[in-house]
Design a protein around this ligand. Structure first.
Ligand code: IVH
Length: 851
């Protein structure tokens, strides 16, 4: 045990070191120690601070993990009002701005061009080199004090580096979420059945407003700074001061330029209009500022914004096209969303066929009518949206759109709750998409954990009448024979035409060599990225990547030679080149290109247009009859040729290799796995079953609580409203929902059936006392690397599984913990890259003890 003064020194030493590593990692992106070493130092500091809290300072790096809960953010007045900027979408207005500035200022003017970061504005106050407060914009006069949340942002220095900073100053910037962090967060949200964020800005803003700073810490926010306010600043111009800020430890992106002429400014603007796609964060324009503070003062302010700066915003990408029809989609909660079917149009590099129409109010407000020419925009949102109607092009007979009154799936009259925009179908036990949604929830990992039943298979079994309710799952084994060979084309609920991955195209069409395996095709795409690069491969390249011999009668060398011969043949080169940039696409190959690749005799470009407009998948075209093809406008003789073409054995083989994307079918092995997994699910503990039932507001935690409190479904079913309310954390809406659920005889009947099938509707007494420990590992996945000090791998596995966790053998972004032992393997590096939490055996054992 350290003596107090030794502990004090060590705490200071570790804090300094860790602050430096944070800076190197999060600001400079140049880490010098491994994540593991970093975590170990952090742990040492945390342990010391726990024993010697008197030496723990508010700017200790351990504060980054949060912990403080803010019930309501305090309102703080800004010392310098937080003004906005004049902004424009017009290049002419940028020219006008520059000319205006030059007219007012007599001498030379230097401008600074910066990116306009698309995040949430923040002002950070520093006093004596330490972060004192972080305040949001609010109304510009006063904002919310979000200091506790700001402290969790690793790139915000809690203590400044170097020297020369004023005693007191404020620095402004934008709280951001990188695209990687955003994708990871949404992935997790979707997996938990939560609504994903529409874009990184909303995610950053939502995160910054959370009350629990420990949760904010997990969101991996970032913060870019761009404006300094204060007295006694080191330089008399913006650019040099901002560079200075970088030396003090702030994250200042390097993408800024000093410009003197209009041409230089436009070079910056135009360059970033394309280059912005390469960034790992979103920008929505460029900010142009006058550099000199003296000149800034000369120019002054309008009531709302400075006259020395302007923001040029990139136009959201938009296109206009015709509205063909409106579909109404019913989600799993019963909410009805209108979706526009559009004449396919190219927007931001992808073909858009559908767009969101939001809700009945928006349809009314925009007065959108079928046949209208509409504007489609793709902003930060995942789904393109309709933003307006070109009234000049409205057909004379266009009829006003009337929102449907009945559910398009089950005819039940729709309802609309007071104050809500969405219409709902209330038939939650009989409406197909709602039932399918419930089934998906029932089988999900955190519920009954039934594997082998993806969305596709559920739809397939549902449509063939094998699966309508939960209990049908446990009767599937009666139809063992019938299940084999069931197949269905699944049209995913996407808004764009699905693309076929490049490796599948190479594999299916055997580009390069007749017996090319999927494994080698994968290696080709990974290495060359595009077919254009692949066509330029040298023999050495091929030696490096083609190392798999799929077909035993040929050697791997011979495969390489054959590919090389193919690529060197000028005819093949010409052929590959003719597809141009279509083969550069990393997001997959379009249906249009696939049809061209097939080279169907007689098919013209016009026919291709008709085909892609009417079909989403090559599989569907291959199955179309001559009549169907004629109906959509293909000439008789061509229709016959197309139909014949797809009867060829070789072509059938190509299509079957391409279409795994669109077709779900059940084979013997997948059926057996599915039935086994269904059988195993009978062993799931009561609280999982309760959660799986999908009672409104009964999420994982509530299910666990109810299971623990009542012990069995019978007791829960027969409990009173008041008894439910007396359980800690059970409020009115949960209690109401539980009572309503069990009132419905259909639900009671279903529970009776599930009971007969042997599902657990009672807590096991031994488990009951272990419930809390159990909750630690629920749904969490663990991986072990290296030799653990005391536990064997088998023992660790057993402990993980006994506590409701999963033992996995390869690392992915979904892995929750890596338990690190002596002489770890490559899993460690992968886990570090993916940001998987790394723990040692002691920490693992502590988790079980729920410490
Ligand atoms: S300068 C007094 N620089 O965009 C001028 N603002 O639409 C302070 N923004 O209010 C602002 N990137 O929230 C500045 N490089 C940048 C920026 C930037 C994003 C935000 C900021 C501003 C808004 C104006």
């Amino acid at each position: 045990m350290l003596k107090p003064d030794q502990a004090k020194n060590r705490i200071e030493e570790l804090s300094k070191e860790l602050n430096e590593h944070n800076y190197r990692y999060y600001v400079l992106s140049e880490p010098v120690i491994s994540d593991y070493d970093f975590d170990m130092k952090m742990k040492e500091l945390g342990d010391l601070e726990a024993v010697f809290p008197q030496f723990s300072s508010p700017d200790s790096p351990t504060k980054r993990v949060g912990g403080e809960i803010t019930k309501e953010f305090r309102q703080v007045k800004h010392e310098y009002p937080m003004m906005s900027l004049g902004n424009t979408y017009s290049k002419q207005e940028v020219v006008d701005f520059i000319n205006r500035v030059k007219k007012v200022i007599s001498g030379d003017v230097e401008f600074v061009c910066e990116l306009k970061y698309d995040g949430v504005a923040i002002g950070l106050r520093y006093e004596n080199g330490k972060l004192a407060m972080g305040v949001t914009r609010g109304d510009g006069e006063q904002g919310d004090d979000v200091t506790a949340n700001i402290k969790t942002i690793r790139s915000v220095p809690l203590k400044l580096h170097g020297a020369g900073f004023p005693e007191k100053f404020e620095i402004r910037g934008e709280v951001m979420m990188t695209r990687d962090a955003f994708d990871k967060l949404n992935e997790a949200k979707i997996e938990n059945g939560d609504q994903p964020f529409a874009n990184p800005r909303n995610a950053a803003s939502g995160s910054l407003k959370m009350q629990d700073s420990a949760e904010v810490s997990k969101r991996n926010l970032d913060c870019f700074l761009y404006h300094l306010n204060g007295e006694n600043l080191p330089h008399n111009n913006h650019y040099d001061n901002i560079q200075e800020c970088r030396r003090w430890g702030f994250k200042i992106p390097k993408f800024m330029a000093k410009c003197r002429t209009i041409d230089e400014i436009f070079e910056f603007i135009n360059n970033w209009e394309h280059e912005r796609r390469q960034l790992n964060f979103d920008i929505d324009g460029v900010v142009i500022k006058v550099n000199s503070y003296t000149q800034q003062q000369e120019l002054g302010f309008t009531a709302k914004s400075p006259r020395w700066a302007i923001a040029y915003k990139y136009a959201a990408e938009s296109a206009s096209t015709r509205l063909l029809s409106i579909d109404y989609q019913v989600g799993r909660t019963g909410a009805v969303t209108p979706v526009a079917n559009l004449e396919p149009v190219l927007l931001a590099g992808t073909t858009v066929k559908r767009a969101s129409l939001h809700n009945a109010d928006i349809i009314k407000k925009l007065d959108v009518r079928i046949g209208d020419t509409v504007f489609v925009e793709k902003g930060g949102e995942i789904i393109p949206k309709i933003t307006g109607v070109d009234l000049n092009l409205r057909p004379a007979n266009a009829i006003e759109t009337v929102f449907i009154k009945n559910c398009p799936e089950c005819e039940t009259p729709l309802i609309r709750a007071e104050g809500e925009a969405a219409y709902y179908c209330p038939n939650d036990t009989g409406c197909p998409p709602q039932i399918k949604g419930k089934l998906e929830h029932f089988i999900s990992r955190k519920a009954m954990d039934i594997e082998g039943l993806g969305e596709g298979t559920i739809v397939l079994l549902f449509d063939k009448d094998y699966l309508k309710k939960f209990s049908d799952l446990y009767e599937l084994n009666r139809y063992k024979k019938e299940l084999i060979g069931l197949e269905k084309v699944i049209i995913p609920d996407t808004y764009e035409l699905p693309k076929v991955p490049l490796e599948k195209v190479i594999f299916a069409f055997r580009i390069g060599y007749n017996g090319l395996s999927l494994k080698n095709s994968n290696a080709i795409v990974k290495h060359f990225k595009s077919l254009a690069n692949y066509s330029k491969a040298t023999y050495t390249d091929l030696e490096e990547i083609i190392d798999f011999q799929g077909n035993k009668s040929i050697s791997v060398e011979r495969i390489r030679e054959k590919i090389y011969e193919y690529l060197k043949n000028p005819f093949n080169q010409e052929y590959l080149k003719s597809f141009g940039s279509d083969f550069e696409r990393e997001d997959g190959i379009s249906l249009e290109t696939i049809i061209r690749l097939l080279n169907i005799p007689g098919v013209t470009e016009t026919d291709i247009k008709i085909l892609i407009k009417n079909f989403d998948y090559i599989y569907l075209i291959s199955k179309a009859s001559v009549e169907e093809l004629m109906k959509i406008g293909i000439e008789l003789d061509i229709s016959e040729k197309v139909n014949n073409f797809f009867k060829d054995k070789k072509v059938i083989d190509w299509i079957s290799k391409l279409n795994t994307l669109s077709i779900t079918s059940i084979q013997e092995k997948s059926r057996d796995n599915l039935l086994l997994s269904i059988e195993n699910s009978k062993e799931r503990a009561f609280h999982y079953v309760l959660y799986a039932l999908g009672i409104r507001y009964v999420g994982e935690t509530v299910a666990k609580k109810l299971a623990h409190e009542f012990g069995s479904i019978d007791r829960l079913m027969n409990t009173s409203f008041d008894d439910l309310l007396s359980v800690p954390d059970i409020g009115l809406s949960i209690a109401n929902s539980v009572i309503d659920y069990f009132k419905n005889p259909l639900n009671r009947d279903e529970i009776g059936k599930l009971k007969k099938h042997g599902l657990k509707f009672e807590i096991e007494e031994t488990l009951r006392s272990n419930q809390i420990a159990d909750s630690v590992f629920n749904g969490k996945s663990f991986i072990v690397t290296g030799t653990l000090p005391t536990l064997s791998r088998e023992e660790a596995k057993k402990m993980i599984e006994e506590n409701g966790g999963r033992f996995v053998s390869s690392v992915s972004s979904k892995t929750d913990f890596l338990i690190l032992g002596e002489s770890p393997g490559s899993k460690l590096i992968k886990a570090q890259k993916l940001g998987v939490k790394i723990i040692n055996e002691t920490e693992f054992l502590n988790l079980i003890k729920n410490e």
